[in-house]
Design a protein around this ligand. Sequence first.
Ligand SMILES: [Zn+2]
Length: 619
Amino acid sequence: MEGHVVPLIDGDQEVGFYFKGKGEFSLPIDQVDELTVVRFNLARNTKVKLRQGIGDWFLDIPISELNFLHEGLKLPAFESSDAAINESIPGSLEAFRKKNLMAGWRNRSYVMLTARHNLPAQAAWYLNILGEKGLWEFARDPWTARSEQLWFARPRSSREGKHAWNDLVLAPISVRNLGTPPRRPVMPPFVLKNLNLEMQALANGTGSYVATETFFPSSAGMKMMRLKLDNTILDGSTGGIVLHHLHLKKVTQDGQSLRFDHRENEILLELLKPTELGSPLQLRFEVEGDFLVHPDGDNRWELGNETWFPSTEIEGMRFTATAKIRSEKPFIPLATGQVVSQREEGDFHILETKLDQPTWSFFIVAGKYLFEEETRNGLKVRVASYAHKSNSDRKLAKLVLDIAQYYENILGPFPVKELNVVQRNEWGSGQAPNGFLFITNEAFNPQMGLLNQWFSQGINQRYAHEIAHQYWGNQVMIANAEENWISEAFAQYCSAFVIRSGKGESDFNHLIAEWTARSRDQAEWGTIPTLARTLALDDGPTTFRIRWSLLYGKGAVLLNKIHREIGDQAFVTLMRSFQKSVKGRPGTTQDLINLLKIIAKKDYTPFFEKYLWGTAMPD
Ligand SMILES: [Zn+2]
């Protein structure tokens, strides 16, 4: 490196340095599992190519300016520089920071403060590089993301639309987990075990709640705790962007107020004392704001897709829950869990729910709904529509029960006792958190014979997919982004089973052939576990096509290959055993391999090595 350096001082502490000159930053890309995604993201977003060194691949980034902030590192003393030469440096630093310090994927100060106050001491850093190829950030977060990550950024193009709050678009390049072997979910610092919620929701869109949350620490000596909580919720449904706010008013532990900071959708908390292994902590959060967004000014609001209550990373979301929701009329609330009580008190609808099985999400919706309920064999399906009332709602409830019953035969008892089928005023999408099935307007169209529609159109295969998510993704939970394929591929493959039972073998084979063709087309561009990172910044359709074809298509094709090898009976036993043995826990590829060893008497490790972690397609 050649150029000028100034130390960065915070108080009397040296916290980093700024460099302007000529140099190179070189990062080994030595985790085989990410080579495909690193190559794709580099090729599609930067001009940089990997260099093959001895044994490993390297990413070389030329530097013209560099800003380095760190915690817990001992750096060599810098040569004292000629003050006259360096006169221009503070100005350059100022300009660099204004222009190039990206909003990033994390709040920098939270990462540094956590590393400073938690034990054992671990290094944390943020390295921002401006090179001729663009802007890069290499960060190490030892406590919450528990990884080292390299990101590439460039200014948002005018075609992509300017946003006041974010001028840069970012692509993940490399992720290396800390303290966890590759292919294992990262151990989260805190696991959320229980949520108790009391919410008051007013008809004008404002609300307040008290969330009492019980966490288990995964290590001792943590004084600082970081949680996710959105500051703002964006409502883009009206054309412009309307900002709604969540205001964290107070956090207490054992009745004492905690010091906290809430910004950039994260909370930093200072706990009363360092964590002790085996001692759960109970925190009480008070939140208020205008966070009950009514999309399109519709007569409904929904919470669930935003991080609307203090939450950990997904690896740490394993909680049971109780909730009491007071919703001002005319909005009737529905929430995750079984209904304990439903009543009216003056101007309010009151709903109390309880959830005994662990979940990773908590949804609340409220609206001027019309309800249709149907119960069969202990499963209650509640259809909530709001645009109109028609007998299609009853047909829909019966159809959901038919499919649920079919799944009970092959997968075991339906995971929930109550399933809320809720209309969203959109077209062509679906979502299925615990106890919910969100479906869009086409399902409520009274013009079409629903049963015909279900079994004749692709959209209906998708509803079978969504119902299967009560098993895959909810009863067997999602371990992390890499293991998300378990939930999607099994839900997809189960939907093909529904088609087979409803329409016969040839429709089933047609579906598999279509998924095979689509995934063959895209196979070389990605591996299933890294799809969430596969990203072409300026090409949304390509990104979507690769992710969709491989996550849903190739994932289901791999299950079909196993199915063909081991036969109908063994495959159903495999799915049933998976549901039974992993119930209430996150499911992993290793769980699947272990079950296959028992059921099929074969080691499928090389199979997943080649087709899941690799880009090969099975015959
Ligand atoms: Zn899905």
